[in-house]
Design a protein around this ligand. Structure first.
Ligand code: CMC
Length: 393
């Protein structure tokens, strides 16, 4: 048509300007607010990274204490929210429940929904970061028929989540520091990734002025798909299906076969044409967790390492620059932590909530912000008249 640029999948369109996250896909570099992901993963906690993403700078001790205190104050959900869970079958996918329950939050917080007010936006950010873990844990408890666990304010963000997720009212849940660190790192690595599909969805939803809970819900819905956040669950299912090292070649050949829709889950990325820096860190964490739990002979982990080795030596994967992405190892770590695979994508959502909110806030604060409204190339039938026999009277 000459009027618009046609760019399906937005492979070459920048939809916004942003000062939050930087990716160099050729070199495998990821920076949050300028800080390399490797340094943040080593020296910071997830909540410090949340503060950084939202405010642009790492917090000092006082700022951190205040931020953590505020988050802690908001970890409980309105008791009526439990009714939303009860409308679901026990076997409902947790992401289906997440979409419903996080969406429902917008009906509970009318006190701070003025998106033009920075104060209101900050309160919404805090509420979402504080309440999403509680909701994720409730999804799991609901599906297993166990009682919901209330948050406990003396625990750290991750300890509290682990207790709500894995503890029961009959036991004193003792968080293992190595596992707490591992989960904290998973959240850091998932916290933001510039204009990925779900973050773009959040921005597009927010561009109309919709409330933040509704926008984050749109992001959760988008994340669910297997090409995006659903991949971590798909990786574990795939490894279980492959079952044994002796079957790897068969599956590698399936992945290479143009006529077979099968893809190696946890491999490939739209932006990274090099080893995903998050996957490298996740792989380290995976070793630490398996050592701590004495699972180094774990069949699934051995299979994953061998599959990675074989794929990285294969011409098809080399030529197409397909490397393991963050989801490849995160599934195995979550599995080792005792988190069932149907919860993996909800765990991803928990980490990404801050990135969605930071991007939404940045967009709303931009004075030049406009409603997102892509155009199309129309390929349908050109103008025609309704036929005579259909015309009435
Ligand atoms: N296994 C086998 N072949 C693959 C794979 C794979 N995992 N990924 C891409 N290819 C091939 C693909 O068939 C295509 O070949 P050809 O050029 O001959 O048609 C080529 O590589 C380029 O793939 P594409 O689908 O055009 O690339 P994309 O940028 O649109 O897709 C992707 C990126 C992540 C959706 C894709 O690599 C994929 O489906 N990977 C598996 C799912 C996955 O792990 N997703 C997680 C992404 S990272 C974190 C997240 O967002 O959750």
């Amino acid at each position: 048509t000459g009027m618009f640029t046609y760019d399906p999948g937005f492979t070459s369109t920048a939809s916004c300007s942003s000062s939050i996250t930087y990716i160099d896909g050729e070199k495998g570099i990821l920076l949050y607010r300028g800080y390399p992901i490797e340094q943040l993963a080593e020296h910071c906690t997830f909540l410090e990274v949340c503060y950084l993403l939202l405010n642009g700078e790492l917090p000092n001790t006082d700022e951190m204490q205040q931020f953590e205190g505020t988050i802690t104050m908001h970890t409980m959900v309105h008791d009526q929210l439990t009714n939303f869970f009860k409308g679901f079958r026990r076997d409902a996918h947790p992401m289906a429940i997440m979409v419903a329950v996080v969406g429902a939050l917008s009906a509970f917080y009318h006190d701070a929904l003025d998106i033009k007010s920075k104060r209101d936006r900050d309160i919404s950010a805090i509420r979402l970061i504080a309440k999403v873990p509680t909701i994720v844990a409730m999804c799991h408890k609901y599906s297993t028929g166990l009682p919901f666990m209330y948050p406990q304010n003396k625990l750290s963000y991750v300890e509290n989540f682990m207790r709500m997720m894995l503890g029961t009212p009959c036991d004193d849940f003792e968080p293992n520091p190595v596992l707490v660190k591992a989960l904290d790192r998973i959240l850091i690595l998932h916290a933001d990734h510039e204009q990925n599909a779900s973050t773009s969805t959040v921005r597009l939803a927010g561009s109309s002025g919709a409330n933040p809970y509704a926008c984050i819900t749109a992001g959760i819905a988008c994340l669910w798909g297997a090409a995006h956040g659903g991949a971590n669950e798909a990786v574990l299912n795939m490894l279980e299906e492959i079952g044994d090292v002796s079957n790897i070649d068969k599956y590698i050949n399936k992945a290479k076969d143009k006529n077979d829709p099968f893809r190696l889950m946890g491999f490939g990325h739209r932006v990274y044409k090099n080893y995903d820096p998050r996957a490298k860190l996740m792989r380290e964490t995976c070793h630490e967790v398996l050592t701590e739990l004495g699972l180094h002979d774990d069949k699934i982990f051995k299979l994953a390492l061998e599959l990675e080795r074989i794929a990285l030596e294969d011409e098809y994967f080399i030529e197409k620059k397909l490397y393991p992405n963050v989801d490849y190892y995160s599934g195995i770590v979550l599995h080792a932590l005792g988190i069932p695979s149907n919860m993996f994508t909800a765990m991803f959502a928990m980490g990404r909530t801050v990135g969605w909110i930071a991007n939404w806030d940045e967009m709303i604060a931009d004075p030049d912000q406009k409603i997102g409204r892509p155009r199309q190339l129309y390929t349908g039938i050109t103008r025609r008249d309704v036929p005579q026999h259909i015309k009435k009277g």
